[in-house]
Design a protein around this ligand. Structure first.
Ligand SMILES: *Cc1c(COP(=O)(O)O)cnc(C)c1O
Length: 463
């Protein structure tokens, strides 16, 4: 066996073959070497497993074709679309939300051509990129002014820097959240140059706790939406109205990190915990920040809306340029916000809202259609089962959505091996495992994605 391994040709030798030189010229030296290495490593593994293995003819056109294919595989993009069959609608690892066709078209147009991103077409002078969406955000939230940055984390950081740098920020111990990816509110407050003054207890904070903590050094009262966990039982917190009243009286700014932030009331769809941005501003909160790519249903962005004098300070802050939104996201955001206005209806035109409000019987029909097609393949046991889906993305942690899954169990593959094979499909399919079964949740899958899933199973079952 050892001697057989020694018989494998050197990469240098292969590179000098005429058919391989053609590949070097067509692609590149680096890619050809890397493809040859991968193929030779695979051969080594095969030899170790099977000493009788015959070598391919390294000078043949078949071998050159194999190398060419390996180079092309290496050229497919790393970032690709996948099928989200997890049942988590806003899945941060899977790129959060699908965007509406209107938003995609806007990105295509603004990406392909020059635009008036920072040109005022009226005067011919330099304009502001913020101007393109400010009016719309104000119209949809009732805010006096608004500005948009890269994401909600940047929105929180910039807002704190511009209002509280060097002074103190009062926040409830029950709201000092970690969002994930090392974004912890107490750390962000410190990074902004402000001093954190914690008040109350994890489960209870009273208005008097805030009032007692405010002194001459206080600049901001910070509320945050405890969006990815819930404290239940013996809890209380002052209302926004009471906090707003206190902030006015003491001449400090009341700010709220909303995280998701919805523009319309979702309670008719059973989602009662998510506060609507316009209600929060109406209650007297001076400044709110929320994400563009959570329940809003648009691109990654951080929206800051509220008092005009504060927004003006943010716009001229030195950090603004470092966290500003790019033109593609801005184009997609404007197009998404327009879907909240007549003649559109966000519930049917914004994909994330459409998905979470989709009638259960439609989800069931989709599950039955997939199960039927998979049964025809005769690959193993297939069943449709009731299940729960989640909004995800750090929103509405308590709120389940009724859903249906297709449960799959193949005789010759463990659930672990099947999820891995599905992940390695041409369009990766992402599901979950429960009690040795692979579950594909149909609330987060589109009808048009069913053929991709069926094709993946066809390939897996045919080896
Ligand atoms: C998600 C979230 C953020 C972070 O938003 P990004 O847009 O991902 O930066 C901040 N605060 C809260 C409360 C969140 O839920």
């Amino acid at each position: 066996m050892a001697s057989k391994l020694k018989d494998l040709p050197q990469i240098q030798h292969l590179l000098s073959q005429p058919l391989i030189s053609v590949l070097i010229n067509r692609y590149s030296h680096t890619e050809t070497v890397s493809a040859l290495r991968n193929i030779m490593n695979l051969l080594r593994v095969r030899i170790l497993a099977n000493t009788d293995l015959n070598f391919p003819d390294f000078a043949s056109s078949e071998f050159a074709a194999q190398v060419s294919e390996a180079i092309q595989t290496g050229r497919t993009s790393s970032l690709k679309s996948v099928v989200n069959a997890t049942g988590i609608i806003i899945h941060t690892n899977l790129g959060r939300v699908r965007m509406a066709p209107e938003a995609i078209r806007a990105m295509q147009k603004i990406g392909a051509d020059p635009s008036n991103l920072e040109l005022d077409l009226e005067t011919g002078k330099r304009g502001s990129r913020h101007a393109h969406v400010e009016g719309l955000i104000c119209e949809l939230t009732g805010a006096e002014a608004a500005v948009v940055v890269n994401n909600c984390s940047a929105a929180v950081l910039l807002s704190l820097m511009a209002t509280a740098g060097g002074r103190s920020v009062v926040a409830s111990r029950g709201e000092l959240i970690e969002i994930g990816g090392s974004f912890r509110l107490p750390d962000v407050i410190v990074q902004s140059g402000a001093k954190l003054r914690e008040v109350g207890a994890t489960n209870k904070t009273r208005l008097s706790d805030y009032a007692d903590a405010i002194d001459g050094d206080t600049a901001v009262l910070l509320k945050s939406h405890t969006s990815n966990f819930k404290i239940v039982g013996f809890t209380s917190a002052p209302t926004r109205k009471d906090l707003a009243h206190l902030a006015r009286e003491k001449d400090v700014i009341l700010m709220e990190d909303l995280g998701s932030g919805v523009l319309i009331d979702l309670s008719p769809y059973g989602l009662i915990d998510e506060p609507v941005v316009s209600d929060i501003l109406k209650a007297g909160v001076d400044l709110v920040m929320f994400s563009g790519d959570k329940l809003l249903g648009g691109p990654q962005a951080g929206i800051i809306a509220g008092r005009a004098d504060i927004i003006a300070n943010l716009k001229s802050h030195p950090l603004m340029r470092a966290v500003r939104i790019d033109k593609l996201s801005l184009a997609a955001l404007e197009a998404t916000l327009l879907l909240y206005r007549a003649p559109f209806d966000p519930i049917s035109d914004v994909p994330v809202l459409q998905m979470l409000s989709e009638p259960l019987q439609n989800v069931q029909k989709r599950a039955e259609a997939l199960a039927k097609a998979l049964l025809l393949l005769g690959i193993g046991s297939i069943a449709v089962k009731e299940s729960v889906a989640y909004v995800g993305g750090g929103t509405l942690p308590e709120q389940d959505l009724d859903s249906f899954v297709v449960s799959v169990c193949l005789p010759e593959l463990t659930a672990e091996a099947l999820t891995s094979a599905l992940r390695h499909s041409e369009t990766p399919i992402i599901g979950r495992i429960e009690r040795e079964h692979v579950l594909l949740d149909m609330r987060t899958v589109h009808d048009r994605e069913l053929p991709l899933i069926i094709e993946a199973f066809e390939k897996i079952s045919s080896g």
